[in-house]
Every structure is written in structure tokens, then in C-alpha cells.
Design a protein around this ligand. Structure first.
Ligand code: ADP
Ligand code: LRH
Length: 511
């Protein structure tokens, strides 16, 4: 083994980052080369990703990384479910649509009349969400764009295609489409046929660690990379890379990949495809090294981000009927309060007073989030009045959702959980981590913040031979080199049990 330097490109829903990482025996050292915002654009009423701007951010980051040292390999991970379509000439057909777009409203009811949902779960293991690729493609049926499509590439595969000219489908991200067999780790021809799509719309799936191809000569020249620099398939779903980046010892851990979304889960050897698992809305996404990410998708810090966006645009009131600020630019002259200050004020508010169901679909779309939170809390309890109370409501509700998810997943899988690892941007939120420890009555280990980039880099480095072993060895390297913070459970656990009962009761009573 030798020291290698790889570049991990990690595209989250809120930002993209390009990180150079040196890996070798006992060595894991990351430098953020470039970070750029990921801002959706509404075009003709549809919410899109600005995918060319992401490509520009990636190329700029690669240029900086190369300026600072040799680059042995590159890999890309991103959010799941979304895709681009290529025509017969290999050109992109339109801009990829954002999973938060409302084109899929009503699609679950429609699919429910066509497909046996229980059978779909037994094959794909996937939680029913309207924005899964299956739902998006069902909503797009009959469009000229889909008729012209020769290839479908998931977002990281699309970007890797632009870097290499090679079309591929990486398994972890393919597993989020709900068109993928979770047991065989391959596309499901029957579901693809059901949508009326040709099977070869989907490239053959490859496991993480496979070299996709060398970077194209013109790209290499433009960004200053050496000819032949390999682009590697890693856990190209950001959550899959983040789970590699969990610094756990042993197998008795739960993880929370805590960013725009909160993915709360366990790592298993095989999917759980039971009716009880389906009823619990638990999902089996595929992980690196043949693992299964058995998890629940919780709304996450999106709720907080979207409140901050609202307040920054001058909407100081909690209850209002504001519309989506399409461009995310501050529109008013309100003095926005920074995140640190908001969290400080929230910490001073009383515990578990304002609660919402953090799994509630109503929080999915962009728009006036403070008003939606106030309305949902008010349906069964007190209404948060100030920004500090809204933030407190979000954090307590997330902690409660984590408690619920971990208990459910442990029960459904038979796995014991003794520690919770929180990774991603939200691991820097000490209040949320402490509330999580208290609510789950388990120690929380917080960090690394850039778990996805580190997990991405570790799988590349292993493919190059710079690190040897399975996930335990990769995680041992993380635990030995990354700064982590432990939050021990404290407070009165009855408060959380009562809050859980209150919310459960309210949800049961709701229509
Ligand atoms: P994504 O990968 O989905 O783009 P990240 O993992 O980058 O998301 O997490 C972004 C979130 O992390 C932000 O919405 C914010 O709530 C949280 N965060 C980032 N920095 C801090 C910080 N210094 N303190 C507390 N929370 C933070
Ligand atoms: C997190 C994430 C999550 C998916 C969602 C669409 O970034 O990949 O795992 O469910 O985005």
C-alpha cells in the first residue's frame, strides 16, 4: 500500500463540495477544495436542478484540487432518485426535474390501481414515496421527452458520463429507483416493462469500487488533470457513501445521515421484505460491499433550511400565507438571524412543547415553512409563535422521529442498537445531537461532518489499493483520524416517552 490522493465530489441537496483526500496506512486527511450552492430553478412551472451549474462547480473544484497536488482518481456521489435522459446521440434531453416538484402528486394513488404494492415491496424493498424514480417516470409517461429517450442516467452517473463518455448505473443509487431488485442487486425487468420502457434504457448496474473509465481527454485538458485519470464508481448515492463514513465499531449501531434529509437506519446483510416492514414504511436501500441500508427517510434539516430561507426573505411572522420565493434571494429588509443565534435561542425554550410529525408529507414542497409547522403543531397541541419556538419545534420533533425510527427498525430487523452515529452537516448541531441522545436514551457519537465525501474517498482509495479491508477496516481508519464528539443521554426519559405518546395519539386521531 502507498499514500494516494483522490478527489471526492459530494453533491447534497443544499450544496456541492469537492474534497481532496489523502489516504494511506493510518492516514485520512481531507481538504475542502471548493463548495458551491445547489439551487433549484423553476422553469415553466417545473422545479429543476441546475445540472450544468453543478458540472461547472465540479470542474472548478477539480482544477483547484489538481493545482494543489496530484489526483489519482475521482468519484461522484449525489442525492438519489433523480435522473437525466439521453437521446440517441447521447445528448441530455431537458434539465433533470427536482424530486420536490409536484408533478408526482397523485401518482401513488394511480400506481396503486396498476401494481400490487406488496409485491413491489417484496422485490424492491423500497418505501413508497411519490418522488421515487418509479413515481417520477410514471408521472412522465406519454411525454415526448420519454419517448425520445435512449438512456436514463441517475445524477451521479450522468455527471460521470460527462467526465468519461461512459454510461453506467451504480448499484446503491439504482436501488433508490424502486425499479431495482434488492435481493439480486439488478434492475427489475417486470417493473420497467410495466412503465412501457425498454429494458436497455437502463445501463447494466455496477457495484461500488468499479472503475467507470478514464476522464475524457478534453475534460482533462480543460481542468488540468493527467490524461487517463480514472473515474471510479463509489457508493454514488450520497447516503451510501455517508454510511461508509460512519466511524462505528462492531454492528450494534444506528446511523443518522443528517443533512437536508435525515436518513435514520441500520446496516444489515440482507433486506427485510416483510409486510410489517412495509407497513412501517421502512426502506431497503443497497449499500457498499453487499450491505443493505435499512432505513427510514425523515424530513430532516430541510425544515430548518426552509424556515431560514423564509425569514431571510423578510418573512418575520410565523403564521403567514407567503408563497415560494422562487429564486431564494432575500426579498425584504428583515434582519436575518444566523443559525448559531437561532439555535442558542431555541436551546432556551422549553422541552418537547411544540411537536409535529417529522415524517409528514406536507413538509416536502418548498414554501412558507414556518406557517406550515405552526399549522401542523396547532392541529394537536400548542402553536409555536416565535422563530426560536419554531426551531425548537423542529429539533424536538426530529429527535422524537429518530427515537421512533430506531426503535421500529431495531424491532423489525432483530438488531440490537447500543450507539447512534450522527454524520453530515447536522452533526455540528450540538443541541440536536444532545436531544437525540436524550430522546433515544443512547449515546450519540457526532461526526464526521463530511462523512459522504470521506466514504466516497475511502472506496476510491481501496479500489486503488491504498487501503485494504472491508467496512470495519475503513471505519477503523475514520475512528482513528477524525474528530468526533460524544453526547451521553441525560434528562428525564419520561418527557420523551410522554411526547411520543402525545404525538402518536394525535396522529391516530387525525383523519
Ligand atoms: P446536504 O448534504 O443535504 O446538502 P449537509 O450535510 O451539508 O446537507 O447539511 C446541511 C445542514 O447542516 C444545514 O441545513 C444546517 O442545518 C446544518 N449545519 C451546517 N453547518 C452547521 C453548523 N455550523 N452548526 C449547526 N448546523 C449546521
Ligand atoms: C439525501 C438523499 C436521500 C434521498 C433523498 C432524495 O441527500 O439522497 O437519501 O432519499 O436525498
Amino acid at each position: 500500500t502507498r499514500v494516494t490522493r483522490v478527489v471526492a465530489i459530494d453533491l447534497g441537496a443544499s450544496s456541492g463540495r469537492v474534497v481532496s483526500v489523502r489516504v494511506g496506512p493510518g492516514l485520512l486527511e481531507a481538504v475542502e477544495e471548493h463548495r458551491f450552492p445547489n439551487e433549484p430553478v423553476i422553469v415553466a412551472g417545473t422545479l429543476h436542478w441546475d445540472v450544468l451549474r453543478l458540472l461547472r462547480g465540479i470542474e472548478h473544484g477539480l482544477r483547484l484540487a489538481r493545482r494543489h497536488g496530484p489526483v489519482d482518481a475521482i468519484a461522484i456521489d449525489s442525492w438519489a432518485v433523480d435522473y437525466g435522459l439521453l437521446d440517441a446521440d447521447g445528448r441530455l434531453l431537458g434539465n433533470p426535474v427536482h424530486y420536490r416538484d409536484d408533478r408526482t402528486l397523485g401518482v401513488l394513488a394511480q400506481l396503486g390501481t396498476e401494481l400490487d404494492a406488496a409485491a413491489v415491496y417484496r422485490t424492491t424493498g423500497l418505501q413508497e414515496q411519490r418522488f421515487n424514480t418509479l413515481g417520477q417516470l410514471a408521472a412522465a409517461r406519454g411525454s415526448a421527452q420519454l419517448a425520445a429517450a435512449r438512456r436514463l442516467l441517475m445524477i451521479p452517473d450522468l455527471l460521470a458520463y460527462w467526465l468519461t463518455g461512459v454510461e453506467s448505473a451504480e448499484v446503491t443509487n439504482a436501488s433508490t429507483t424502486q425499479l431495482f431488485d434488492a435481493t439480486r442487486r439488478a434492475w427489475d425487468p417486470a417493473l420497467i416493462a410495466h412503465l412501457g420502457l425498454p429494458p436497455d434504457l437502463f445501463p447494466v448496474a455496477v457495484e461500488p469500487g468499479t472503475v467507470i473509465g478514464p476522464v475524457l481527454a478534453d475534460v482533462a485538458a480543460r481542468v488540468g488533470l493527467d490524461a487517463g485519470t480514472p473515474v471510479v464508481a463509489v457508493g454514488s448515492h450520497d447516503t451510501a457513501s455517508a454510511v461508509v463514513g460512519v466511524p462505528a465499531r462492531g454492528s450494534d449501531f444506528a446511523y443518522i445521515s443528517c443533512g437536508t434529509w435525515s436518513l435514520v437506519g441500520l446496516e444489515l446483510d440482507a433486506p427485510v421484505l416483510t409486510a410489517a416492514s412495509r407497513a412501517a414504511n421502512a426502506t431497503n436501500e443497497l449499500g457498499v460491499d453487499g450491505t443493505v441500508r435499512y432505513l427510514r427517510n425523515t424530513m430532516g434539516l430541510w425544515m430548518l433550511q426552509e424556515c431560514q430561507r423564509h425569514w431571510a426573505s423578510g418573512g418575520g411572522e410565523v403564521a403567514g400565507d407567503g408563497e415560494v420565493a422562487g429564486d431564494g434571494e432575500p426579498a425584504g429588509d428583515g434582519e436575518p438571524v444566523g443559525l448559531d443565534e437561532l439555535l442558542r435561542r431555541a436551546a432556551a425554550e422549553p422541552i418537547a412543547t411544540w411537536l409535529v410529525d417529522a415524517d409528514d408529507e406536507r413538509f416536502l414542497a418548498p414554501g412558507d415553512m414556518p406557517a406550515r409547522i405552526a399549522r401542523c403543531a396547532g392541529e394537536h397541541g400548542p402553536t409555536p409563535q416565535t422563530p426560536a419556538q419554531v426551531v425548537r419545534c423542529i429539533l424536538d420533533s426530529l429527535a422524537l422521529a429518530y427515537r421512533r425510527s430506531i426503535a421500529l427498525l431495531a424491532e423489525l430487523s432483530g438488531r440490537e442498537v447500543r450507539v447512534v452515529h450522527v454524520v453530515g452537516g447536522g452533526s455540528q448541531n450540538a443541541l440536536l445531537c444532545q436531544l437525540t441522545a436524550d430522546a433515544c436514551e443512547l449515546p450519540v457519537v457526532a461526526g464526521p461532518t463530511e462523512a459522504a465525501a470521506l466514504g466516497n474517498a475511502l472506496v476510491q482509495a481501496r479500489a486503488l489499493g491504498a487501503v485494504v479491508g472491508g467496512l470495519p477496516e475503513l471505519r477503523g481508519l475514520l475512528a482513528a483520524t477524525q474528530p468526533l464528539r460524544t453526547h451521553l443521554p441525560g434528562g428525564d426519559p419520561h418527557v420523551w416517552a410522554d411526547a411520543a405518546d402525545r404525538l402518536r395519539g394525535a396522529l391516530r386521531a387525525s383523519p
